[in-house]
Design a binder for this molecule. Structure first.
Ligand SMILES: [Zn+2]
Length: 294
């Protein structure tokens, strides 16, 4: 894990005794008396990962130019995309008006690449009608992911929506006949059709679609502050848009709808447009239950 901070202070009228302590406890945390208040960042600053921040209530925080929602208690989150730059910046304005800029090192990952050459050229072009539909569906998904709601359901963490063998990992990419295909933005869990899908964290259902071109039966849950989960290829959907769901609640059933080669759950996570790796957030697949499911 490569995590590090350096600071570039824009105003020099702060006390030179500002303390920094880095605590490494499996995860890492940075605790510091900053220029105008306290800032704590915890989690793994890595591509596809998510960190939690806590700052003096009333402070304003920008990540790479995007102003972040800071809760009344000073909580915020930052998610890192698949190809996030190794060096990113946080701009902070403390309640007293002091400004500070911090640089955040984001650990870089390598992704599974599969090169397949010599494939017979396959012409499966979407029809004009398909294209219209694909574009409309993309707008629905994009709109759901743009939501920046005030609830803080993400604070309690994430659990696996389905327990089973992981059959596809985040970030992997195939290169067919030299042509890179779209990376896999999520994790696939192999499960029998009809297996119940549980909400990995509480939230509000922001999108329900029974039959999207690529993703078939699709649900998006908004967990707050721009964090959302998408579940694809569902055979049944048990929730409605705007419905509040609690962690562990059954929201759907596994299927193979849309473009799927067999029944599995595709679980994707986003922080706004940035694609996160659900495996980093949910942790190891529970072993005992994994065996029961086989
Ligand atoms: Zn998938």
């Amino acid at each position: 894990m490569q995590v590090g901070w350096s600071r570039k202070v824009l105003e020099h009228d702060f006390r030179m005794c500002a303390r920094l302590a880095v605590v490494v406890l499996g995860l890492w945390a940075l605790v510091g008396d900053a220029v105008g208040g306290e800032l704590i960042i915890s989690g793994e600053a890595t591509q596809g990962g998510l960190v939690h921040g806590r700052i003096s209530p009333g402070a304003q925080v920008w990540y790479e130019g995007r102003q972040l929602r800071v809760s009344q208690r000073g909580e915020f989150v930052i998610g890192f995309g698949r190809n996030e730059s190794p060096l990113t910046k946080l701009d902070i304005r403390y309640p007293g008006g002091a400004r500070e800029q911090r640089q955040l090192n984001v650990a870089q990952r390598e992704y599974d690449m599969q090169r397949i050459d010599g494939l017979p050229p396959r012409k499966v072009e979407p029809t004009a009608k398909d294209l219209v539909r694909i574009r409309q569906e993309a707008v629905l998904i994009k709109t759901a992911r743009r939501r920046d709601s005030a609830h803080t359901d993400f604070l309690l963490g994430f659990t696996w929506p389905v327990v089973g063998q992981i059959s596809g990992v985040y970030g992997s990419q195939r290169v067919l006949n030299g042509k890179p295909k779209r990376p896999h933005y999520g994790v696939d869990v192999a499960a029998r059709a009809g297996t119940p899908v549980a909400a990995p964290a509480s939230g509000v259902v922001s999108l329900v679609h029974r039959d999207m071109h690529f993703t078939g039966g699709t649900i998006i849950i908004d967990h707050g502050h721009g964090l959302s989960s998408v579940f694809s290829h569902l055979s049944e959907v048990h929730v409605q848009e705007r419905q509040r769901v609690v962690r562990g609640e059954i929201i759907a059933k596994v299927g193979a709808t849309g473009r799927a080669t067999g029944p599995h759950l595709h679980w994707g996570m986003n922080w706004f447009e940035r694609r996160l790796d659900p495996q980093l957030l949910a942790g190891p697949m529970p072993m005992a239950a994994k065996q029961n499911n086989r």
